[in-house]
Design a protein around this ligand. Structure first.
Ligand SMILES: [Zn+2]
Length: 69
């Protein structure tokens, strides 16, 4: 059963707001209009969401790389 709650959050890549509707599998699939990152948010439970982020082709995520010697 579908509900029509619009889920919105901020793109972790560029902080643009994204929004989408949940599908039958409890997933919300959106594409950021600013940076092009694709995200799939899965509602696991009332207090547990998982957001998978797929960066645009050719772009790596922006986290600092740490090297331990
Ligand atoms: Zn973005």
């Amino acid at each position: 059963m579908l509900d029509w709650i619009i889920y919105s959050w901020y793109c972790p890549n560029c902080k643009e707001e994204v929004a989408g509707l949940k599908d039958k599998k409890n997933q919300i699939k959106v594409k950021c209009s600013r940076c092009g990152a694709e995200m799939i948010r899965t509602i696991v439970g009332r207090r547990h969401d998982v957001i998978d982020i797929y960066a645009p082709a050719g772009e790596k995520h922006h986290d600092a790389e740490v090297q331990l010697s």
